[in-house]
Design a protein around this ligand. Structure first.
Ligand code: 3PG
Length: 208
């Protein structure tokens, strides 16, 4: 399996910030129930790796990745926790090497043509555009398609349900990333049906 196969599992990859470990499994179940299987758990909280372990154990239909990977140690920790893939805001030799050595599928962040060339040079055919909206959004992806028609993107950062269809219409976009599927207020309220409803709407997003 390659990371592009994961990106093609659905139109939206939720970016999850889990503060309370007790939220991890019900959140993952709510998203999967709405048809969103690929989950990115960011390493921005103390319980992130425990959340990954808990979701992997309890929600077998979820395809769990770790986000906000910035070091080789993050790669090792993510693999050990059971992540299938890792997402990084950027692209460094240290993270690329660690991912290859530990056999963790990596979705690195790119923002410039040079970043895309670096990703391609190490054999990757998919990467993030991050932060997508401020990096030029749809116009940037159209421009990148000229020289890099063989590269596929998961634009992430500043994308909402209204804007997602114009990204998904592009030939070089497999899916978009976004945090709108797991708003903090719904997590704190334990409103899992509302999250399932957001997931269902996201899973139905099509190119427009
Ligand atoms: C992030 O950095 O949290 C992700 O890029 C998601 O960004 P968003 O909140 O703009 O969807």
């Amino acid at each position: 399996m390659k990371v592009i196969d994961i990106l093609r599992l659905g139109p939206v990859m939720p970016v999850l910030v889990i503060d309370d470990l007790a939220h991890a499994v019900p959140l993952a179940r709510a998203l999967v129930a709405g048809g969103i299987r690929v989950l990115e758990v960011t390493l921005r909280t103390a319980v992130a790796l425990d959340a990954v372990r808990a979701i992997c154990a309890a929600v077998p239909d979820a395809v769990v990745g770790v986000g906000t990977i910035t070091t080789a140690q993050d790669v090792a920790d993510s693999k050990a926790a059971g992540a299938v893939f890792g997402v990084s805001p950027g692209l460094t030799a240290g993270v690329l090497d660690a991912a290859q050595q530990t056999d963790l599928l990596l979705l690195p962040g790119t923002m410039t043509p040079s970043d895309v060339m670096t990703a391609r040079a190490v054999g990757l055919d998919a990467c993030k555009l991050f932060p997508a909206a401020v990096a030029g959004g749809v116009g940037m992806l159209k421009a990148l398609y000229g020289p890099f028609a063989d590269m596929t993107f998961c634009p992430t950062g500043g994308i909402d349900p209204a804007g997602a269809p114009s990204y998904l219409a592009l030939p070089n976009v497999a899916c978009v990333g976004g945090s709108w599927l797991a708003p903090k207020a719904l997590l704190q309220a334990g409103d899992w049906p509302a999250i399932t409803a957001l997931a269902r709407a996201a899973a139905a997003l099509r190119a427009g």
